[in-house]
Design a protein around this ligand. Structure first.
Ligand code: NOJ
Length: 534
């Protein structure tokens, strides 16, 4: 097997710390809880765990509003707990990736308190302050991602500060070299503690238009969409200067060897790939969220994969994501049967896959009663909240699914007594078993973990339902056939080759050898390997 950097051949698993495992009985997950569950990740067969923010925070946006970048919030534990977590992860050969939130701080961060204190404050320019427009209103038409204007007037100085998210999340001014230096030191603080990389929050937001021009109207805006989409975000984010800023962070990571920089970026493919930077000097992995947004049809997904593969710069390593703490769960979006096909897709495409906790047991979006809403976005713009995708991990059939001895901060799925790790781990038909087998296949076959990718042409009648592609490395060829449809098909295998069925999303199909044609059931995906002897 060719020697490949861990973050290329490996798989990442996202933990939302509030929802993974509670150990102190407050109904909210914590760092010792993650440590206690590392064996699950090692057993499952992932390589790295990315942990959403656990820094000191007033939790206006559940940790994405940081009041101290170098401290653990008491809700989640202590720095000692973090050190124990990383030591235990490394003992199991699991890498640890932190969530770095550089675009904004909490309103309670001492930097903002100082910046706000007066127009002459030394840290005034660490944030984005502007005079009102001539009519006294906000300086321009930029909107908050969580609804309403992105500018809040500060009574003391009469100026407005900019916040791409909540008014309690003021944006830092990344054009200021002192801000860059301070934030680089934050990276070093965690790198010194042994972290293996960062997922960088809203990285395409860091630099805003120098002239603060108004964003243009979005002609495609639909009223059921979040208000932010009323305007195209042309000037408030994705500015060309951001690439160099990312290069600066990447250079800090490289001081510590092979650490990974993953950038959160919601942009179309042609812009997304710019974030690898000239000569691959910026993000190692600009997060590819295209599967979250593409209609779940074979032809649409096949087109997307081909387009992305073609757009990647020379040497740029691909990556794929099926779910995260901001977007609907895959099982809710495509249904239980297709969630299995989706798992096979995620784990057989070329590039680093990121799994979202709970998807391996098929958790769907959980309805949240009005009196249990937590997400501030839901309060501002009802219907857009993210609580349904952040519900607790389900471990066993005991009280609160083994997540906590107290009432969890968000409800469990109705079927948690059946849908939990304990119940599914020894069930050969379960989605959990499928995920584990897929992860083990990926490890065992370099064609899958690091090999090339090519799409396979299909008869148009088949192409509406079936996505077919191959992965290859050395002499090995692995072929993947995924049926997105509700009917079975006979798929021709015209090349006279015999194929071993390595895995099917339908239990019990592996082990056969097929030639000439394969019968693919509805909602079925298979992984085949060219039989070297025939
Ligand atoms: C993106 C994060 O994924 C999301 O959860 C958060 O609310 C915003 N950034 C603001 O930090």
């Amino acid at each position: 097997m060719p020697e490949t950097i861990w973050w290329k051949s490996g798989t990442v698993y996202q933990v939302y710390p509030r929802s993974f495992q509670d150990t102190d009985g407050d109904g909210v997950g914590d760092l010792p809880g993650i440590t206690a569950r590392l064996d699950h990740l090692a057993w499952l067969g992932v390589d790295a765990v990315w942990i959403s923010p656990f820094y000191r925070s007033p939790m206006a946006d559940f940790g994405y509003d940081v009041a101290d970048y170098c401290a653990v919030d008491p809700l989640f534990g202590t720095l000692d707990d973090f050190d124990a977590l990383i030591a235990e992860a490394h003992r199991r050969k699991l890498k640890v990736i932190l969530d770095f939130v550089p675009n904004h701080t909490s309103i309670e961060h001492p930097w903002f308190v100082e910046s706000r204190a007066s127009r002459d404050s030394e840290k005034r320019d660490w944030y984005i302050w502007r005079d009102p427009a001539p009519d006294g209103g906000p300086p321009n038409n930029w909107l908050s991602n969580f609804g309403g204007p992105a500018w809040t007037r500060d009574e003391a100085s009469g100026q407005y500060y900019y916040h791409a998210f909540l008014s309690r999340q003021p944006d830092l001014n990344w054009r200021n070299p002192d801000v860059r230096a301070a934030m680089h030191d934050v990276l070093r603080f965690w790198l010194e503690r042994g972290v293996d990389g960062f997922r960088v929050d809203v990285i395409w937001h860091l630099i805003k238009d120098e002239g603060f021009r108004d964003n243009p109207e979005n002609p495609d805006f639909a009223p059921h969409r979040p208000g932010i989409e009323r305007f195209s975000q042309v000037y408030s984010c994705d500015r060309p200067e951001v690439i160099e800023v990312i290069g600066g962070m990447r250079a800090v990571l490289r001081e510590y060897g092979e650490r990974v920089l993953i950038g959160e970026i919601y942009l179309p493919i042609e812009r997304l790939v710019a974030y690898y930077g000239p000569d691959l000097s910026a993000a190692d992995l600009p997060f590819n969220f295209q599967l979250l947004e593409t209609p779940w049809r074979a032809d649409a997904v096949a087109g997307l994969v081909a387009e992305y593969e073609a757009a990647l710069p020379e040497g740029g390593w691909p990556n794929w994501v099926l779910g995260n703490h901001d977007r609907p769960r895959i099982a809710a979006r495509v249904g239980e049967a297709q969630a299995r096909v989706a798992a096979m897709l995620l784990l057989t495409l070329r590039g680093t896959p990121t799994l979202y906790y709970g998807d391996e047991i098929g958790i769907g979006d959980v309805p949240i009663p009005a009196d249990r809403v937590q997400d501030p976005w839901e309060r501002n713009e009802p219907g857009h909240g993210r609580d349904p995708v952040r519900t607790p991990m389900q471990w066993d059939d005991g009280p609160n699914a083994g997540f906590s001895r107290a009432e969890p901060w968000l409800p469990l799925t109705e079927d948690h007594e059946r849908r939990n790790v304990d119940a599914l781990r020894d069930d050969s038909r379960s989605i959990l078993t499928l995920y584990r087998r897929l992860l083990s296949l990926r490890r065992d076959h370099p064609a899958l973990s690091v090999g090339g990718w090519r799409g396979l042409p299909l008869d148009p009648a088949l192409a509406a339902d079936i996505f077919a592609y191959e992965r290859f490395e050395g002499d090995e060829i692995v072929r993947i056939l995924l049926n997105f449809g509700r009917t079975g098909w006979s798929v021709p295998l015209p090349d006279g080759q015999a194929w071993n069925v390595l895995l099917s999303t339908r239990p019990g199909q592996a082990g056969e050898t097929v030639r000439d044609a394969l019968t693919l059931g509805s909602d079925e995906g298979v992984v085949l390997r060219a039989d070297p002897s025939r």
